[in-house]
Design a protein around this ligand. Sequence first.
Ligand code: FES
Length: 123
Amino acid sequence: MIDTLYKTVMPDAVKKWELAGLVTDFPEDGGECFRFGELQIAVFNFTSRGEWYACQNVCPHKLQAALSRGMIGSAGEEPKVACPFHKKTFSLKTGQNLNGDEKPIAVYPVKVEEGKVYVGLPS
Ligand code: FES
């Protein structure tokens, strides 16, 4: 179920940009969770890198909907999020599990225009 619901969207595969909120709605170096239909997507304002990322909110380890509350940081050049439950860590660029062999998470493009934050979805 989770595998069919959440699939990484490459920038050139975006069919619609969904409004997640205003830039000012997001904590610095933190995330918020949004629902788009059935999807729960974590959107991160990675202030210290000047970047934005989005991924599925559900952690593949024990299916906790918690990644938006995870700590974000960098592993070398790689932006990452650590699930608050058991600290499984995932790349916010590729979705790969960086400290184990969990399934990758789906990641989504984010764009910011005129103070608004949008997530790119496939339909
Ligand atoms: S539920 Fe996320 S690390 Fe266990």
